[in-house]
Design a protein around this ligand. Structure first.
Ligand code: GLN
Length: 542
């Protein structure tokens, strides 16, 4: 029997609902349950694929090629359950599906309304696309209770509570208990108001998770319970922790999973938290540290690099070192900043990106890493810029560039349609529609034996996730290989370069895909583990 736990948030945004959901998922897993995590987002974009990373943070890509909310990344990192396109829906997606059906005549002349048509579509989404063996579906509702946009979602989950009965549905609400220094007190009123908002739409929360920057005294906990009509044990304090990977352990200590089992009347063994304890131990007692320069474009909003940051942390966990990240806006190298800024770092990573701004700086960073023999990890755009750099400065092709920035004489990076004769593949779903116009999702890659990446992966064939329009132009493969670049991974048809490395370098690897999306704290991605290992070696040299 599948049970549903709905997680809403109140008082303010950014309380970490995504993390709370992910951590609860991990806890229930540790008790032996099968979980699936989902998210409903109230915004009108059909998916976050077209949103600026500055607005919305990273776009998380699933194996099946959906561009989703970054919280799905947290879900995967905490539970290891690969997210699917059916795990994230937005208001835009729901409405566009309903409108398409209406145009198709599927509603047989009915007047289409928010209730029941939109709410029915939401309910179908929440309950559809499951394997059938899930013990729990955890469904997070984006936004904050009280927002106009969120109302249809709240109405839909309220109805699910009635449809399935309360013994299969639980409502969990995340709130903030602020400390007001002038009064020297923790304040419970915002939580009370937020619960009232929920009650207005017919939802009585069963559990309250209270974010707070200090311990919540028993008296305050009792007060919240009394005024919000929940059991005292169901008021779970959630204090700030040093690492997000400590959250499952702290929630368990505060009794969250116990409360869930009690609510659903399930007798389950206590969770085995050994894995999480080991992770936290490695994070809190590192045996060294390294500094990695990330030369990117969206360094003003680090949520844009969520999975990347975490994958670097995972590489640190694997090697038992602390990873310091030196965020560098690639544009500084174009605006008078000198490349010496990179002196002394133990590794350089150029992440994914779009557009010309900062590209020159990334090319410079790749050159610095290659010439100064500093470990270099190029991801997607970071691989493309490393190939441009090698083409210009190793292979002597001064005009080498990417057609992403306009037509050029030597398009070493370009659209497949530009350089592959007779090729008809184009990742564009409809005329002028930018959504999903890229190579998206999981693709196979054949790894060449005898290469560094073959050693790292220990496999001949791998699967990694993609999100890009441009590719390395394979017409240049021969000349680049003859000058010291090795194409160590190719698409199975041999047409698309997927991995490039420089054999005569301590560690120089570029990948066309996004390995960071699949890294987990309990299963660090081999490329990140190896990169951090190379950085440790480098740290002993500088
Ligand atoms: N802008 C590049 C492309 O579209 C790289 C994309 C990325 O780094 N994700 O191919």
């Amino acid at each position: 029997m599948t049970r549903f736990i709905f997680i809403t948030g109140g008082v303010v945004s950014s309380l970490g609902k995504g993390l709370a959901s992910a951590a609860l998922g991990a806890l229930l897993q540790a008790r032996g349950f099968k979980v699936r995590l989902r998210k409903l987002d109230p915004y009108i974009n059909v998916d976050p694929g077209t949103m600026s990373p500055y607005q919305h943070g990273e776009v998380y890509v699933t194996d099946d090629g959906a561009e989703t909310d970054l919280d799905l990344g947290h879900y995967e990192r905490f539970t290891g359950v690969p997210a699917r396109s059916s795990d994230n829906a937005t208001t835009g997606r729901i409405y566009s599906d309903v409108i398409a059906r209406e145009r198709h005549g599927d509603y047989l002349g009915a007047t289409i309304q928010v209730i029941p048509h939109i709410t029915d579509a939401i309910k179908a989404f929440v309950q559809g696309g499951l394997n059938g063996d899930e013990d729990f579906v955890l469904c997070e509702i984006g936004g904050t209770v009280g927002d106009i946009e969120g109302l249809p979602f709240l109405e839909a989950i309220r109805q699910i509570g009635n449809d399935l009965g309360r013994d299969r549905v639980m409502f969990m609400h995340l709130t903030l208990v602020p400390y007001v220094s002038a009064a020297g007190e923790l304040k419970t009123k915002p939580t009370q108001h937020s619960v009232k908002e929920l009650l207005n739409v017919g939802i009585q929360p069963d559990v309250l998770i209270c974010r707070c920057d200090r311990p919540i005294p028993a008296g305050e906990r009792r007060k919240i319970a009394l005024f919000c009509n929940v059991r005292e044990q169901a008021v779970i304090p959630a204090l700030d922790v040093s690492s997000i990977y400590a959250v499952p352990i702290t929630y368990h200590r505060e009794g969250l999973d116990e409360e869930v089992c009690r609510y659903f009347r399930i007798d389950a063994p206590p969770p085995d938290l050994g894995t999480w304890e080991d992770i936290v131990d490695r994070l809190t007692r590192p045996e060294g540290e390294v500094t990695i320069a990330v030369v990117g474009k969206y360094t003003g909003l680090l949520d844009a690099y969520k999975s990347l940051t975490e994958a670097l942390v995972h590489g640190g966990i694997a090697n038992r070192v602390k990873v310091n990240i030196d965020w560098i806006d690639a544009a500084v190298f174009e605006n008078g900043g000198t490349i010496d800024r990179l002196d002394g770092v133990h590794g350089i990573l150029v992440p994914g990106g779009f557009g010309e701004r900062g590209a020159k700086g990334k090319v410079q960073a790749a050159r610095f890493a290659r010439e100064r023999r500093v470990p270099y990890f190029g991801i997607c755009f970071g691989m493309q810029m490393a190939v441009v750099e090698a083409a210009r400065n190793l292979a002597g092709i001064p005009d080498a560039d990417s057609t992403e920035f306009g037509a050029c004489a030597a398009p070493v990076i370009g659209l497949m349609t530009e350089w592959m004769r007779g090729n008809t593949v184009e990742y564009r779903n409809a005329e002028g529609d930018l959504g999903g116009s890229m190579r998206l999702g999981s693709y196979d890659c054949v790894v060449r034996k005898g290469t560094r990446v073959h050693d790292i992966y220990g496999a001949d064939r791998i699967k990694e996730r993609h999100r890009h329009r441009y590719e390395v132009n394979n017409n240049y493969l021969g000349v680049l290989e003859s000058k010291g670049l090795r194409f160590a991974g190719m698409s199975p048809d041999g047409l698309l370069p997927e991995i490039v490395e420089i054999p005569d370098h301590p560690w120089f690897i570029g990948v066309q895909f996004h390995p960071e999306l699949k890294s987990k704290p309990f299963d660090p991605h081999p490329l990140f583990t190896s990169f951090i290992h190379a950085a440790i070696t480098q740290s002993r040299l500088v």
